[in-house]
Design a binder for this molecule. Structure first.
Ligand code: NAD
Length: 324
C-alpha cells in the first residue's frame, strides 16, 4: 500500500505535535508547519516548515507534493487568560480566519481532497451554559448562535467555511469541536495555559500550602486527555461523517474539585483561595450522544488518570525551571 502523506498545520503546538507522533506510528509521511517548533520535544515529522500560515503563498507551497490529508490545527489561541480578556480579540479573529481561508483556497488550487478542522466547544451559546450543573452542548444546540468569545465566533464561522468548501468544491471535511484537551507538553505557564495545566503548576509551585483559583470555583468543565482526543480525530477522519461532532469527555467537574484532585495526586496539603479572574461560561460538558451514534465510540478514560500523568510532567517542568 502507498504511504499516505499528511500535512499538519500547527504541528509545533500541543495537539499538533502529539498528532504528528501518532501519524508517524500509523505509518504516514508527515509534513508539519508552524510559526515555531514545539518547546518541549523534537518533532517526529519527516519535514517541518517554520512559517506563517496567514501568508497565502506559504499555504500554497506546503500543499504541494501530493498531500492526502490536511489536519488544520493552527490558530491564534490560548487559555481563558488570553481569550476572555478582550485584549486579543482582533488578532484572534483576524489571524485564525485568515489561516483557514488561505488553507482552503490552497487545497482547492492544489487539488487536495481531505481536511480535518479543529473547532471548539467555545462555539456553544452562552445562554445554554449558565447553570454549572446542567450545561447543554449537544451539537444541534449551536444555533441560534451566541458564543461568549470572539474566539468562539471565529471557530463557528470557520466550521461553516470548511463545510461550504465541502459542498461547493468537493473537499471532504471533518470537523470536530474539542472540549478542553490536556496532557503532557501542553502550555503550562505564561498566560495561555488551560486550567488542568495551570492547576498542576500552581500546586507544584505552592510553598505556603495555598493556591489561587479564578472565580468561585463552582464553574464546571470537562477535560479530555490528549491520547483520547487523537483517537477521536482518527476515528472521525476514517469515517464518512463530516460532523461537526464533539470530541470531549463527559466527566464534568467543578474547578475547585479539579484543584482538589490535583492536590490529592500531589500528596501536598493544599487550601484553595478563590479570587476574581477571567472565567468564560458557568458550566460546560461534552454531550457524547452524536459521537456514539456516528462513530460507535466515545472517550472513556477517567479524568484522574490523565491528570496524574499531567501533574508528573508539569512538576518536572517546575523543578527544571527552579534549577535554572
Ligand atoms: P496550540 O496553541 O498549542 O497550537 C496551535 C499552533 O498553531 C501553535 O503552535 C501556533 O504557533 C500555531 N500557529 C498560530 N498561528 C500560526 C500561523 N499564523 N502560522 C503557523 N502556525 C501558527 O493549541 P492546541 O491546544 O494544540 O490547539 C490546536 C487546535 O485545537 C487549535 O485550533 C485550537 O483552537 C483547537 N482547540 C484546542 C482545544 C484545547 O483544549 N487544546 C480546545 C478546543 C479547540
Amino acid at each position: 500500500m502507498e504511504t499516505k502523506r499528511a500535512l499538519v498545520c500547527g504541528a509545533g503546538g500541543f495537539i499538533g505535535s502529539h498528532l504528528v507522533r501518532r501519524l508517524k506510528k500509523e505509518g504516514y509521511w508527515v509534513r508539519g508547519v508552524d510559526l515555531k517548533h514545539s518547546e518541549f520535544s523534537q518533532t517526529a515529522a519527516d519535514e517541518f516548515i517554520v512559517g506563517d500560515l496567514t501568508d497565502a503563498g506559504l499555504c500554497k507551497l506546503v500543499m504541494q507534493g501530493g498531500i492526502d490529508i490536511v489536519y488544520q490545527l493552527a490558530a491564534d489561541m490560548g487559555g481563558a487568560g488570553y481569550i476572555f480578556t478582550g485584549d486579543n480579540d482582533a488578532n484572534v479573529m483576524h489571524n485564525s480566519a485568515t489561516i483557514n481561508l488561505n488553507i482552503l483556497h490552497a487545497m482547492q488550487v492544489n487539488g487536495v481532497k481531505k481536511v480535518f478542522y479543529s473547532s471548539s466547544a467555545c462555539i456553544y451559546p452562552e445562554y445554554n451554559q449558565m447553570d454549572p450543573d446542567n450545561p447543554k452542548c449537544s451539537e444541534a444546540s449551536a444555533y441560534p448562535a451566541g458564543p461568549d468569545s470572539e474566539y468562539g465566533w471565529e471557530k463557528l464561522f470557520s466550521e461553516r467555511l470548511f463545510l461550504a468548501f465541502q459542498r461547493n468544491f468537493g473537499i471532504k471535511a471533518h470537523v470536530a469541536r474539542f472540549h478542553n484537551i490536556f496532557g503532557p507538553e501542553g502550555t503550562w505557564t505564561g498566560g495561555r495555559e488551560k486550567s488542568p495545566a495551570a492547576m498542576c503548576r500552581k500546586v507544584a509551585e505552592s510553598q505556603d500550602g495555598t493556591i489561587e483559583v479564578w472565580g468561585d470555583g463552582i464553574q464546571t468543565r470537562s477535560f479530555l486527555y490528549i491520547d483520547e482526543c487523537l483517537e477521536g480525530v482518527q476515528r472521525l477522519v476514517n469515517s464518512d461523517f463530516s460532523g461537526p461532532v464533539n470530541i470531549g469527555s463527559d466527566e464534568m467537574i467543578s474547578i475547585n474539585n479539579l484543584a482538589k484532585m490535583v492536590a490529592e495526586i500531589s500528596g501536598k496539603p493544599i487550601a484553595i483561595k478563590n479570587i476574581p479572574g477571567p472565567l468564560g461560561v458557568r458550566g460546560r460538558n461534552s454531550d457524547n450522544n452524536l459521537i456514539k451514534e456516528k462513530l460507535n465510540w466515545a472517550p472513556s478514560i477517567p479524568l484522574k488518570v490523565g491528570i496524574t500523568k499531567t501533574y508528573e510532567w508539569v512538576s518536572e517542568q517546575v523543578a527544571k525551571q527552579k534549577a535554572k
